[in-house]
Design a binder for this molecule. Sequence first.
Ligand code: MLT
Length: 407
Amino acid sequence: MIRINENYTKLAASYLFADIARRVNAYTAAHPDRPVIRLGIGDVTEPLPAACVEALHAATDEMAQRATFKGYGPEQGYAFLRELVAQRDYADRGCAIGPDEVFVSDGSKCDSGNIQEIFATDIRLAIPDPVYPVYVDTNVMAGRTGACVDGRYEGILYLESTAANSYVPAVPQAPADLVYLCFPNNPTGAVATRQQLAAWVDYAKRNRAVLLFDSAYESYIRDPAIPHSIYEIEGARDVAIEFRSFSKTAGFTGTRCAYTVVPKTVVAWDREGRPHPLYALWNRRHTTKFNGVSYPIQRAAAAVYTKEGRIQTRALTDFYLGNAELIRSAMGRLGFPCVGGDNAPYIWVNIGRDSWEFFDLLLERAQVVCTPGAGFGKCGEGHIRISAFNSRANVEQALERIAAALK
Ligand code: MLT
């Protein structure tokens, strides 16, 4: 008799954003005359930068000619892109990352979900609350947790991010083996200082732990004192894996291109206490389960690093940050304390009441979609996340409708 992976039965029935989409679709089907504005899932709305589009066209033309046609590429990504990443995203910021330590992929969602496969199932996990649900759900699926009791899985050390710690969790007393961190943060938009990140690197060294650092939103950092990469912290090369994405930087949510950095110096141990470089394990996994991002898409991603690409992607992130500023000010004027939105495309709004009820209220009275904080974890209750990814006209209209609905 074929049997299921029963770990899946511990999960909530559907993924947070799938659940929200289902509710919104039901609402629009029942009220076709009331168009909704979506500030829920962080999905970009503005077109690809012209430099990326040109590179995509040129690479497509190459695929049309026998002499320049490409079949399978290297699973880890083409050298032209890995070299640009190593130089421009790391060496230029003083971080020593080699091109061969960069693994190009089709998304940070997949990579941050898949990375747990290379670790033992009985390790101790430390995961922020609230958090991007992928980190928790993939560990539940893999059997690293017990049941979900009162909104929390047994076996996870939750790193609470609340108003009391300005939504940046402190390093815990208790030891953990694998720590998930995300800065600029999804969902809160909070950023971590150099000192706060240094404390995590120190914690990882003391506990022989590994940090999984998701910096998918680093291109939204405007404060020059805030690190863009965990590798800006001394010693991080020995304890941290970093995830980066072109999705929010260059509008690639539908185009799909990201990368994960696994320095050759990061190790984890087997049961006999022998160290193993995680680089080798991730390389093994990646080459076995992934066949690489398509050549035209990698060319489009490489165009982000051209002079025009830099200017255009900066204009794109500036544009969304302009939306974020409008949202943060408008919600503040309505009396809600907010964080985020200044170095991140998300605004975390302290609504002080049930977040799903508030989600329903905004959907029904304002036809605006937000994300209820409870969907990101227990500490997310009493908050909503508003995404700055939409056109200016839609953001302005959504804010007018929210103000009218809450009068
Ligand atoms: C979000 O809304 O949290 C993000 O769009 C999710 C993602 O990037 O997968």
